[in-house]
Write a protein that binds this ligand. Structure first.
Ligand code: DGL
Length: 290
């Protein structure tokens, strides 16, 4: 993590957050719970969602464009609320930008290892960690690498679940279609010794209760389902505390920016965040930025 002091008025500056679409709002939800007096500027790159089926080079290009747009909005820290972009672009953005950049894979892996240690103590046998994510995240091996860095105890099994992002973006969160897709993905992933299931895509927590229910039916026992939103919000909190950049701002606001279809995004955001959010503003990421 890099970054210089935000300077005068720096504490009141917003935290920038981006994702390909709606998924990053799961991180915004936790940030608002954990840091209710911080302003947030959220960018959903709805013109180019999904990221997870694209090559690493393309995702890096998209991530650079999103980051540049948010930096121009004078943010004090950047949260990559997208596992796909965190998996392939975190190091690059940390090296290129002069502000702290936090991804979701590290916090998610830490939460998974903690949960797996607990499950292992309770069950008295080795526990493996199952990770579902986009094609690009799974192909990158980022979760397996991060878990191995934190602990040598838990093997990681991974499964790409590419249909879940379009289902979430379409608002198909209930019924047979998401249930069958989840069942198909989990029946490959959930071997008997998998004790923790990581939702390695910020879109998946919107399907969390259905995922937990299908996992329970397939395994015949409950499984710990971990996502990175809460752990990422704690990491941001810690960063602001460490740097003394966290001063409650009574004017704190959430601003929504999208690269396409602002009205439908605003409606979904209001539904998901559970309160009335201001209208989403359409922005352009210049072609030169990807
Ligand atoms: N929500 C993002 C992630 O965590 C991106 C999903 C996508 O656009 O494919 O990976």
């Amino acid at each position: 993590m890099s970054g210089s002091a935000p300077g005068e008025q720096g504490n009141a500056r917003a935290i920038g957050v981006f994702d390909s679409g709606l998924g990053g709002l799961t991180v915004v939800h936790e940030l608002r719970r954990c840091l209710p007096r911080e302003s947030i500027v959220y960018l959903g790159d709805t013109a180019r969602v999904p990221y997870g089926t694209r090559s690493a080079a393309t995702v890096v290009r998209y991530a650079r464009g999103c980051a540049r747009l948010l930096v121009q909005r004078n943010i004090k820290a950047l949260v990559i609320a997208c596992n796909t972009a965190s998996a392939v672009a975190l190091d690059i953005l940390q090296a290129e930008l002069d502000l702290p950049v936090i991804g979701v894979v590290g916090p998610g892996a830490r939460a998974a290892v903690t949960a797996a240690d607990q499950a292992e103590r309770e069950q008295g046998r080795p526990v493996r960690i199952g990770v579902m994510g986009t094609l690009s995240t799974i192909r990158s091996g980022a979760y397996a690498r991060e878990v191995a860095r934190l602990s040598s105890r838990h093997e990681v099994h991974s499964q790409a679940a590419p249909l879940l992002v379009p289902l979430v973006e379409e608002g198909w969160l209930e019924g047979d279609v998401p249930r069958l897709a989840i069942e198909r993905y989990l029946s490959t992933l959930l071997k008997p010794d998998v004790g923790v299931l990581v939702l390695g895509c910020t879109h998946y927590p919107l399907l969390k209760s259905m995922i937990a229910e299908v996992a329970l039916r397939l395994l015949g026992r409950p499984i710990r389902v971990v996502d990175s939103a809460e752990a990422t919000a704690s990491a941001v909190h810690e960063l602001l505390e460490q740097r003394a950049w966290h001063t409650p701002n009574p004017e704190a606001a959430l601003q929504l920016l999208v690269t396409d279809l602002p009205d439908s995004f605003q409606a979904s955001a209001t539904r998901f965040l559970g309160d009335v959010v201001g209208s989403a503003q359409a922005v352009d990421i210049m072609p030169a930025d990807g």
